[in-house]
Write a protein that binds this ligand. Structure first.
Ligand code: PMP
Length: 359
């Protein structure tokens, strides 16, 4: 231990926070982390391994990931005039964005929302304000958003579209109003874009304060850790100063590029998962002890009506099915659980285990 007490070495915000906890999922049917459950077809996997042979891992990666950036622009329809920032997952982009803000900046996000916005903002000592969503619809509470924006003048607002953990798309007109009245940046986080039919990428030229963030994680490449952000050059340039030089490793650059070039199978997997989402939602709707919320993502939020969510979660776990218990977050998530859409047999196992848990 150092001679100085930890209290004098670390920021009080860091000392008082808990580390992001990732559950040990070994031997479970893993429906807790919004991953794509499908692996790659064998022939594609063989060609991918072949392509890695040319990867010079004795050298640092291309610091600008130029080839990958071109593939990402093409695959996501990012306009030429928008600048791009790549990150080691969109988590890293959240960190880069917040590290670049001035020390007294306020950060605002609707809640419940993606926990990293709050976690990173607080760890950096920024002022963070969560604005509750409307209770029944999980839509943006616009009078509350307008008031919070006027009061705290946020340097940055995060809007997840679709939202995690509620799964819904906020009203696009409400987001446009936020873009118009926000004094700072607005990050539309489209992590779940492969499962939704809506996007703000088409609005990039229209709103100078709009930044659109995406990830390849939910598409089926979570292990590679790659996210990206598109927006005005003058803004993205500032962010590049905070980014570490080689943040996207060579294997990720080659592999994501390869996957995007052979992307048909990923799109097919996404389509299958969308079909499964409809089936799981229908089954949950048919359960009298459950309220399920419609989702445009690859997971479904549901509330247990007559049992404690913690008990249902524990029973599912005892039956070998791991989902996410959001109830400890409280507020609008009281008695809420979130299940990621898996393979048909995994979804069936989840539904049977849930039926048993609710008895
Ligand atoms: N944004 C949202 C809304 C998310 O739900 C997640 C993952 N849970 C992320 C960003 C982070 O994704 P990644 O770091 O894997 O790109």
């Amino acid at each position: 231990m150092p001679t100085q007490p930890l209290e004098t070495l670390f920021r009080s915000e860091v000392l008082s926070m808990s580390a992001y906890h990732v559950a040990d999922a070994s031997n479970f049917i893993k429906l807790d982390a919004m991953e794509n459950p499908y692996s790659w077809p064998e022939d594609i996997q063989a060609r991918w391994l072949e392509s890695l042979k040319t990867c010079p891992i004795n050298r640092y990666p291309d610091p600008e990931a130029k080839t990958l950036a071109i593939a990402l622009r093409r695959a996501n329809g990012i306009p030429e005039q928008s600048a791009l920032l790549l990150g080691n997952g969109s988590d890293e982009i959240i960190q880069i964005l917040l590290m670049a803000l001035s020390a007294d900046a306020a950060v605002l996000a609707p809640e419940p929302g993606f926990v990293m916005y709050r976690q990173v903002a607080q760890s950096l000592g920024l002022r963070y304000q969560g604005v509750p969503l409307l209770a029944d619809s999980f839509q943006l509470d616009m009078p509350a958003m307008r008031a919070a924006i006027a009061e705290s003048r946020p340097a940055l607002i995060f809007i997840a579209y679709p939202n995690n953990p509620t799964g819904n798309l906020f009203d696009a007109e409400a987001i446009e109003e936020i873009l118009a009245i926000a004094p700072g940046l607005v990050v539309v986080d489209e992590a779940y874009a492969p499962f939704a039919d809506a996007s703000f990428i088409g609005e990039l030229g229209r709103y100078p304060n709009l930044l659109v963030m995406r990830t390849v994680s939910k598409l089926g490449l979570a292990g590679l850790r790659l996210g990206f952000l598109a927006g005005e050059t003058a803004i993205v340039e500032q962010l590049h100063k905070v980014r570490l030089p080689y943040n996207i490793n060579s294997l990720t650059q080659i592999t994501v590029g390869f996957a995007l070039d052979h992307g048909e199978f990923l799109l097919e997997q996404t389509q299958t998962l969308r079909g499964e989402r409809a089936l799981v939602f229908q089954a949950l709707q048919g359960m009298p002890d459950v309220q399920a919320y419609p989702s445009a993502a690859n997971f479904i939020l549901f509330r247990t009506l007559n049992q404690a969510a913690a008990d249902v979660f524990a029973s599912l776990k005892a039956q070998g099915v791991l989902i996410k218990n959001l109830s400890p977050q409280g507020g609008l998530l009281h008695n809420c659980l979130r299940v990621t859409i898996g393979k048909p047999e995994e979804n069936q196992a989840f539904l049977s285990a849930l039926t048993a848990a609710l008895k």
